[in-house]
Design a protein around this ligand. Structure first.
Ligand SMILES: [Zn+2]
Length: 87
């Protein structure tokens, strides 16, 4: 009889350990979204979209590097420059 009780007790203790382990594992930091923050992104001045350097269309203006989501935005930017700065 005592053996049965001991086994029951051991099972109970094992169960409690298991529960405490799974409970401790729960508050892990979320892995989603952290990866993108390590990649540097640039804001497209035309449409406001954020693009990573490898995806971006790079244009230069006055020695400054500008990043666009597409050639369309780069063209628009150049058009705007033509309209705003009379040189
Ligand atoms: Zn754009």
């Amino acid at each position: 009889m005592i053996r049965m009780l001991l086994i029951a007790l051991l099972l109970y203790i094992g169960y409690r350990i298991l529960v405490s382990f799974t409970a401790a594992k729960k508050p892990l930091q979320p892995s989603t979204g952290t990866r993108d923050q390590s990649v540097e992104t640039f804001c497209d001045p035309i449409c406001g979209m954020y693009i990573s350097e490898e995806q971006a269309v790079v244009g230069t203006h006055g020695g400054k590097r500008l990043y666009f989501c597409s050639m369309n935005c780069l063209e628009k930017y150049r058009e705007q420059l033509d309209h705003t700065s009379p040189t």
